[in-house]
Design a protein around this ligand. Structure first.
Ligand code: GLA
Length: 741
């Protein structure tokens, strides 16, 4: 069936084309400011190049070029931003005297401080003439190397520190499959007078042979308002690397759920409710008093299974110490989303002992399964207002999409011009939003929806249009939370055009969202849509590299360009396949609470079977399922497919594993596997080619032997068989099965 699309789409398309043209012709975009050159006497030029960061060091160089080749002198030093001004790093300075056409001097390397700005100062003289200049500024990323790879197949992750009671601790993990001996060290750092300093008493090291080695730092008493982060080093088979987690600003925490009992006279044993750090759960207990005789403390994590509390014995830790306060953390355990955890602690001193257990913590992981909803971008473009969103909400209730789980209504570009009041707060157009955004979110919440919003990490969105949050990250995160927003998309369209660095900006934005003044949980979707070189950035700052750092700080991150980007009219199968294969490159970083995002389901221009193919493959990817099309124009087949509970269950499976292509068959045939909970496997047969493909997948290829249950998801049939799956699949479509031994 041919579907007609209505006018707002053309606004979107014109905008996209305009964005593409203006990006392509933007002459000054570069991710670093220009190098700086000055003349030295006649015929000689001194150039200071912007500092370069590599392997946690920053270096810079300058050259003096000319033709006279008489003795020339140069000095080059690194400077860093300090207390609103600039300070020289004396140890970086290098001086030379040379006779050459070009004299090039590189500073001695300086260890990078995350988030710090660096520039080069250079001085040169030749035949009695001298001059000096400074380069442009390079800003060091905040989370250098977080998620760093250690040799092949091992990933070191430094998580954000967490607060328990009045202590701050951090966790680090080194994961892979080789299971040879690996070493991990984790230390807490804090920010003092603009410089990060290690808290050496917090450092812990561990040597272990395991799929994942997780280590906590020793707990440190925190000062409210101070920024803390974790740095880690890991090595495996002689290869090592380091990673730095992102920053926590310690707030004076509430101590609800703590439980304290006396241990003899003058000593108090306290068990604190567990907290989640990265993908682990940890807990803490303290024994405090003044007598300072030898005391013993043990702390264990417990979890609730079928209504009964059970000890996790691998988590237990014991400590014997003579100190005013003995603080002990449990060993970290992998968090199972939705589970209740508590701490039990026992303490003894001078032969007197007691025990207690903390209040419980429910492991609520934001977006434990891929979130689902609707985004306005391809459906309504910039043409959104209170009436159109209310109408959409009503349509999604009438056609059952909300009831099937598509419950976030997400405003994209066009909800705001980016105008701010005198205090820098975002203002809303009262004609467009008569009830304000908070009125809209209240309305959506009353219908059972959640509300999403859009901004850009730059000063504005694509090509200087619409809202951007640069220099207002915390203020805007606070505003969104106060408005009752549940999900924030941070675009990098305008930010990329302005030459900003995705990891640096998004790390700051993620921190702002995590620290929002309402303590409101908000999903963060990071959207870096640029291909390598598209706006002058290297591959390391493109859409293809976002996975390296975003899984630590966001619930989802875009893995490729806009599915409808590039001047073509409808979404086509070609772009669906492009975004599928871009997304498929790094399945290892997806999991509960952090998903790779191949962009939206528009379906406009796709046949029914192509739409089904996209939904099938998005479910195999564990992709966020976000519809972005005029929902009144969906065909009955598309609508029924979007609501099919069996395919949605594949996407929403609690294991949260991202499917991968296992092997190819025929011309353009791809066999995909995705592990599901309950020892089940989803199998998709995708035909990317132009003629039918005869697939045959044997039980052995699926890891099965003997008879197994074969559920054909789209045909809703189940059979017991020991034969291969055989199917002839038409071009540009996919079939889907679930198998279980
Ligand atoms: C970028 C993003 C899109 C959309 C537009 C809005 O292109 O990738 O998803 O948000 O900006 O202009």
């Amino acid at each position: 069936m041919i579907k007609t699309h209505y006018k707002p789409r053309f606004g979107v398309l014109l905008f996209i084309v305009f964005a593409a043209i203006s990006v392509a012709s933007y002459p000054f975009i570069s991710h670093v400011a220009a190098d700086s050159s000055v003349a030295v006497g006649s015929g000689y030029t001194l150039t200071a190049y912007n500092p370069v960061i590599a392997n946690n060091s920053v270096t810079g160089k300058a050259t003096l070029s000319g033709t006279a080749q008489t003795s020339e002198q140069m000095q080059v030093c690194m400077w860093y931003a300090y207390n609103e001004g600039w300070a020289q790093v004396n140890s970086s300075c290098k001086s030379v005297t040379l006779t050459a056409t070009t004299t090039s001097v590189t500073t001695y390397p300086v260890t990078v401080s995350p988030g710090t700005e660096y520039k080069i100062w250079a001085w040169g003289s030749q035949s009695g003439n001298s001059n000096s200049t400074t380069s442009g500024v390079t800003t060091a990323p905040l989370s250098l190397g977080s998620g760093a790879s250690v040799g092949s197949g091992y990933t070191l992750t430094a998580n954000t520190p967490v607060v328990i009671g009045n202590a701050v601790i951090g966790t680090v993990s080194l994961s892979g499959t080789a299971q040879t001996s690996e070493q991990v060290q984790a230390c807490l750092w804090y920010l003092r007078s603009g410089t990060w300093q290690q808290i050496s008493s917090s450092c812990n090291t561990l040597t272990q042979t395991a799929t994942t080695t997780t280590i906590t730092t020793k707990p440190v008493t925190f000062t409210a308002g101070t920024q803390y982060r974790i740095s880690a080093t890991g090595s495996q088979s002689g290869i090592s690397n380091s990673a730095t987690g992102y920053t926590l600003t310690a707030k004076s925490g509430s101590s609800s759920g703590n439980s304290s009992v006396p241990v003899g006279s003058g000593y108090t044993l306290t068990a604190y409710p567990p907290v989640m750090a990265g993908s682990s759960t940890i807990g803490m207990a303290t024994l405090s008093g003044t007598a300072r005789t030898s005391e013993q403390v043990q702390a264990c994590l417990w979890y609730q299974a079928s209504g009964t509390w059970q000890q996790i014995s691998s988590s237990c830790n014991t400590l014997t110490q003579t100190a005013t306060t003995t603080t002990i953390t449990t060993k970290p355990v992998a968090t199972i989303p939705g589970t209740q955890y508590e701490i039990s602690a026992s303490g003894s001193r001078s032969g007197i002992s007691n025990s207690t257990s903390s209040g419980s913590m429910s492991a609520t992981v934001l977006s434990a399964t891929p979130y689902m909803g609707f985004n306005t971008y391809y459906a309504l473009g910039g043409n959104i207002n209170e009436a159109s969103i209310k109408q959409l909400a009503s349509q999604m209730q009438q056609n059952g999409l909300e009831q099937s789980g598509y419950n976030i209504i997400w405003l994209d570009w066009g909800w705001s011009t980016g105008a701010r009041d005198a205090q820098g707060n975002l203002t809303t157009d009262t004609t467009q939003w008569p009830s304000g955004i908070s009125g809209l979110t209240s309305y959506l919440h009353s219908l059972g929806f959640k509300a999403g919003i859009y901004t850009d990490a730059g000063a504005s969105g694509c090509s200087n249009s619409g809202v951007g949050s640069l220099n207002h990250y915390q203020q805007d995160a606070n505003t969104f939370a106060a408005w009752g927003v549940d999900a924030v998309k941070v675009d990098f369209c305008g930010a990329g055009q302005a030459g900003l660095i995705p990891q640096v900006q998004n790390t700051q934005f993620a921190s702002a969202i995590a620290n929002n003044s309402s303590n409101r949980p908000m999903i963060l979707n990071i959207c870096v849509p640029w291909l390598p070189g598209q706006v002058g950035e290297p591959e390391s700052q493109s859409s293809y590299s976002t996975y390296l750092w975003a899984h630590n700080i966001a619930q989802s991150w875009r893995t490729g360009p806009d599915i409808n980007y590039g001047g073509h009219t409808p979404e086509t199968w070609f772009y669906v396949m492009r975004n599928l294969h871009d997304n498929a490159t790094h399945p290892e970083v997806a999991g509960p609470g952090h998903w790779s995002d191949p962009d939206y389901m528009d379906f406009y221009g796709l046949t029914d079977s192509q739409s089904r193919g996209q939904l099938t493959m998005w479910s195999m990817l564990s992709a966020p399922l976000v519809i972005s099309t005029d929902v009144t124009q969906l065909t009955s087949s598309q609508l029924a497919d979007l609501k099919n509970p069996a395919v949605l269950a594949v996407d929403q499976d609690s294991l949260g594993s991202q499917g991968t292509m296992a092997f190819t068959q025929g011309t353009g045939g791809e066999v995909w596997f995705k592990h599901l909970s309950g020892n089940r496997l989803a199998v998709a047969l995708l035909n990317t080619g132009t003629s039918p493909v005869d697939f045959q997948v044997t039980p052995a290829q699926m890891g099965l032997s003997g008879s197994y249950t074969l559920n054909d998801v789209w045909n809703n049939t189940t059979a017991t068989t020991s034969s291969p799956i055989t199917a002839t699949v038409d071009p540009t479509s996919a079939t889907l099965y679930i198998v279980q031994q």
